[in-house]
Ligand binder design. Structure first.
Ligand SMILES: [Zn+2]
Length: 159
């Protein structure tokens, strides 16, 4: 999910912070392999969401400007995303359960009853005759996904 929000470098960066407790701006590229301007941009975005907080670390070589994790904010962000994902899945599921759907055996496109009727039950893309879609598989998959998301939410809420 972090990859979806901040991309691969963001994921790498966050994993580094989680593993080491912090990342230092001065050692960003050295420690993570991410270009420093790219890494700074991601850290900037993360700090706007409060996921990371800035700090300073005195070392023998001087003062390092570091970013530390702010776990409660990360948890909230993840929960927010998960709840949004859940809402979308439930909408999808309701749509599947409440509508008669048609499907093209050729290209797999799906149509509502109204759309199928308007096209004389023929796929406008390839002239194939539409058949009523078997929704059981899709419904099953959606229900599984929703329960997976529910589990993630429950686990995160307990952290
Ligand atoms: Zn088709």
């Amino acid at each position: 999910m972090i990859k979806g929000i901040y991309g691969d470098p963001g994921y790498k960066l966050l994993m580094h912070i989680i593993e080491h407790g912090y990342v230092a701006e001065e050692l960003l590229t050295h420690d993570t392999g991410i270009k420093s301007n790219e890494g700074r941009k991601i850290l900037q975005k993360m700090s706007e969401e409060n996921i990371v907080i800035p700090g300073k670390l005195r070392t023998q070589e001087g003062v390092l400007h570091i970013w530390k994790l702010n776990p409660p904010a990360l948890k909230n962000l993840l929960l927010q995303r998960l709840r949004k994902t859940r809402e979308k899945l439930v909408l999808r599921l309701n749509f599947e359960e409440e509508n008669i759907l048609y499907e093209c055996p050729q290209c797999g496109r799906r149509y509502t009853l109204d759309e199928a009727y308007a096209n004389d039950y023929v796929c406008p893309v390839d002239d194939e005759i539409l058949v009523e879609a078997d929704k059981s598989k899709t419904v099953e998959v959606l229900k599984e996904l929703i329960s997976k998301v529910d589990n993630l939410i429950k686990r995160l809420e307990r952290v």
